[in-house]
Design a binder for this molecule. Structure first.
Ligand SMILES: Nc1ncnc2c1ncn2[C@@H]1O[C@H](COP(=O)(O)OP(=O)(O)O)[C@@H](O)[C@H]1O
Ligand SMILES: [Mg+2]
Length: 404
């Protein structure tokens, strides 16, 4: 059962990261595809607009050179039909002779109008080379002047060029917002599960615990049992059960923090754990001061230290040292570094270690560090992270708290 759960959760993490890459790859393909396809359309439309302007220029040429009324009728039609591509006609001395489809406000002064035309012209000169119109004398065919048609992309073409970028940005923003919303609702759901399970556990433990406490009083008075140390052992177990119940009930509600002696709390945990681990594992506590205080919820804080020490024990096997250092940081901070001489963590384990359900152990549930993170960050506004880790050398976890 435990093994199946472990395998399932490992697969979940692997597939989860794979899925991320697949989604990323598909998004890139769609984006590149959209931009590529629109570019083809843009190039086709550019070609068409160039042809249209050439035709427009030809028509202008005919109109100025020819007197054939039949052709004039057609050419004027062509000139008139260009109602989308902005064009400016220059003579060979760079004076503006005429313009079409350049937006000019009728309320503008001639100066403002000229300024706008020059601005547009500058842009057109940058965009495409002009189309030349040759003016000839209709009778002698002698060239007496040249004119130039400058133009730029129609509004439609400009829009088409910008379209894929606008579209992709809108999709990206939409995706980002849905991701945030999804994440938020998932976190809210996880919170409900944490709190609900914890409360339910505390509640279920409470009833048999109070009846056990009554029974122990009965046993204490029994002459056959008294004096054999049985009641004392039972008492210890019940006390531990009460601690566990208190932990669960605290995680299910917002705990109130109290000014506590950190060194003392850590010593409590160590003296509970030391006799319960292999005799070749040493747990050492170092501090410069035995009165370092911080605002904590004692049962939950002890739970965190216990979890970190248990992980350290798991990482070391049967021999090694756990060193717990209590330090005063600057800006009123307290650091608690828990180091072991165990197998260490590689980068991918470090990045997933605090996620609920992540474990590399046969009989692990992967909740210890997730719980520790929740207790330290959510209830104590502190930090917990892997400070350093070296494979086959050991790991150091750091807890940062605000000092009292
Ligand atoms: N001190 C440590 N040394 C090496 N690996 C660790 C240590 N602490 C945690 N880990 C890694 O982080 C994982 C998650 O730890 P945890 O959340 O406590 O779950 P569990 O102990 O049930 O596996 C562990 O399975 C282990 O791979
Ligand atoms: Mg653990």
């Amino acid at each position: 059962m435990a093994k199946a759960a472990r395998i399932a959760s490992m697969d979940f993490y692997r597939e989860h990261t794979n899925l991320k890459w697949v989604i990323l790859a598909v998004s890139v393909i769609i984006s590149v595809g959209t931009i590529y396809y629109t570019n083809i359309l843009v190039e086709q439309l550019k070609g068409r607009e160039r042809n249209q302007v050439s035709l427009f220029a030809k028509a202008l040429e005919y109109t100025s050179n020819d007197t054939d009324n039949n052709i004039l009728f057609i050419t004027e039609e062509i000139i008139y039909k260009n109602n989308s591509i902005p064009t400016i006609l220059l003579d060979d001395k760079d004076n503006i002779v005429n313009f079409k489809n350049v937006e000019i406000d009728s309320l503008w002064t001639p100066k403002e109008k000229e300024k706008e035309l020059q601005k547009q012209l500058k842009e057109m000169k940058r965009t495409y080379p002009p189309i030349e119109i040759v003016s000839k004398d209709p009778v002698t065919s002698e060239v007496f002047g040249k004119q130039y048609v400058y133009y730029k992309n129609s509004f439609l073409l400009t829009q088409l060029i910008a379209y894929p970028y606008i579209q992709l940005s809108v999709i990206a923003i939409f995706g980002f917002i849905s991701y945030l919303a999804f994440n938020y609702s998932r976190t809210a759901e996880q919170n409900r599960v944490w709190v609900g399970l914890a409360k339910e556990t505390a509640h279920q433990l409470g009833t048999p615990l109070s009846s056990l406490m009554a029974w122990i009083e009965v046993l204490r008075d029994d002459p056959q049992i008294r004096g054999k140390g049985i009641v004392e052992e039972l008492d210890k177990d019940i006390r531990k059960l009460r601690v566990v119940t208190e932990r669960f009930s605290s995680i299910g509600s917002t705990p109130t923090l109290k000014d506590e002696n950190i060194y003392q709390l850590i010593n409590n945990v160590v003296s509970y754990l030391q006799p319960r681990v292999s005799s070749k594992i040493n747990i050492e506590v170092y501090t410069l001061s035995e009165t370092i205080r911080a605002k904590v919820h004692a049962p939950l804080f002890e739970w965190v230290i216990e979890n970190l020490c248990k992980n350290a024990v798991d990482a070391m096997g049967s021999t090694g040292t756990i060193a717990i250092k209590i330090l005063r940081g600057n800006e009123g901070k307290v650091f608690i570094d828990i180091s072991d001489t165990g197998k260490g963590m590689n980068k991918s384990v470090i990045s997933s270690a605090f996620k609920p359900g992540f474990t590399t152990k046969k009989r692990g549930w992967g909740l210890g560090l997730a719980l520790a993170k929740r207790i330290i960050e959510l209830y104590h506004q502190g930090k917990i992270f892997v400070k350093s880790s070296e494979e086959n050398q050991g790991t150091t976890f750091r807890i940062e708290l605000k000092s009292a």
